[in-house]
Design a protein around this ligand. Structure first.
Ligand code: 5AD
Ligand code: FES
Length: 383
């Protein structure tokens, strides 16, 4: 039998290698996931935080999340707005409502708007392009992130040409068999991966990600997720715990844990010190201090909700989602205080990904050689 000490010594060594080289073989990731324990997670965070610090200092980027539509043609087994959920109340924001959200968000210091929605067939290229032109015309200092699911390459290109800067499309799991158990037959792992490749080729800052603790997830599937992220080199990666939704086939499943999610956040930071990593709302949902813990594990982004208050409850991907009763300004203030309480500060900044990402052969340094970024420099205006 391998002793606990031997596992711990091996995990330490792997973490130190990852912090230095930013890559591991698949087996190394698997061993790290299997070695998950409070001490391993504490050591991972100890290595991850200085890397985060060297790139982003104590700054936390904010993104204003606008949930455009809760209509969705897909039927992902975990998701509360899946097509089969007849009890979900559906809504769609008008362009005027969306521009109102942006206006209030801009006044509050948001310089990134994330337009997220279900796969709503009415969100056709032309409608989204018009919206992008309107937002970019009014707020040329802002970045726009889209998170509208799978679309054709032509569609992604058209939206990029209309001004979209970034695209979030979580891969959900990098294991094809696992993907097939989380999704209906009409969805395919290959197509999801092709979408991510297309987005990258077109020139978007791309975000992928997965849920922690989803049904049938194993150390093996998680190791594949980490290896996939190492290889894809996305600009952003969103991970949060799986949280069951009462009207889905996974209603009775266990939620993911804060501990494992934070450990994986630290591993992501070790894989890429420049990665934009959010401390997600789902993490804040399963633990009242989840987002603070996520930042302390190595995350550098928070995404408060800018959607109109009357629709928030309807964008219920999982049960007990937080911030459905608050106004945008309340969430922004709340998050600023939360970040201050742990010695970080929310900043007014587009928060672009620092690409090209670090070279594997050179040590990570505090700036990118272009004078724009230094860990402890006061380059941001605090909110
Ligand atoms: N629990 C946690 N996250 C979820 N998502 C969807 N449903 C759930 C759930 N029940 C995540 C998915 C999706 C993102 C928008 O929200 O990863 O990509
Ligand atoms: Fe929404 Fe705290 S962030 S209430």
């Amino acid at each position: 039998m391998i002793s606990t000490n031997a596992v711990w010594a091996k995990a330490r060594e792997l973490l130190e290698t990852l912090a230095r080289d930013h890559e591991l073989p698949l087996e190394g990731y698997r061993a790290l996931v299997e070695a998950y324990a409070p001490e391993t997670a504490a050591y991972a965070a100890e290595l991850a935080v200085p890397l985060r610090q060297a790139v982003y200092g104590k700054a936390v980027f904010v993104r204003g999340l606008i949930e455009l539509s809760s209509y969705c043609k897909n039927d992902c087994l975990y998701c509360g707005i899946r097509r089969s959920n007849a009890s979900a109340e559906r809504y769609r924001l008008t362009p005027e409502q969306i521009l109102d959200c942006c206006e209030r968000g801009h006044e509050m210091g948001f310089r990134t708007f994330v337009l997220q929605g279900g796969e709503d067939p009415t969100l056709a290229d032309e409608a989204v392009s018009d919206l992008l032109h309107a937002i970019k015309g009014r707020y040329p200092d802002c970045a726009v992130t889209l998170s509208l699911g799978e679309r054709s390459r032509e569609s992604y290109q058209a939206l990029f040409d209309a001004g979209a800067d970034r695209y979030l499309l979580r891969h959900e799991t990098a294991d094809a068999a696992h993907y097939a158990r989380l999704h209906p037959r009409s969805m395919s792992f290959e197509h999801r991966m092709q979408c991510l490749r297309n987005l990258k080729e077109i020139g978007y800052q791309v975000g992928c990600g997965f849920m922690v603790g989803s049904p049938w997830q194993t150390p093996e599937t998680l190791a594949k997720d980490l290896k996939f992220i190492e290889e894809l080199r996305p600009a952003m990666c969103g991970i949060g715990p799986f949280v069951p939704h009462h009207a889905t086939p996974f209603a009775e499943r266990e939620a993911g844990t804060v501990g494992l999610t934070c450990y994986l956040l630290s591993l992501l930071r070790l894989i890429d010190p420049t990665l934009n990593i959010p401390a997600t709302t789902a993490l804040g949902t399963i633990d009242p201090r989840g987002r603070e813990k996520g930042i302390q594990a190595g995350a550098n982004v928070v995404m408060p909700n800018l959607s109109p208050r009357d629709v928030r409850k309807k964008y219920e991907l999982y049960d007990n989602k937080i911030c459905t009763g608050e106004e945008a300004a309340e969430c922004r203030g709340c998050l600023a205080r939360r970040m201050e309480s742990i010695g970080y500060r929310v900043v007014v900044d587009r928060g672009d990904a620092r690409q090209p990402a670090l070279s594997r052969t050179k040590p990570v340094c505090a700036n990118y050689g272009d004078g724009t970024r230094g860990g402890d420099q006061e380059y941001h205006q605090p909110i």
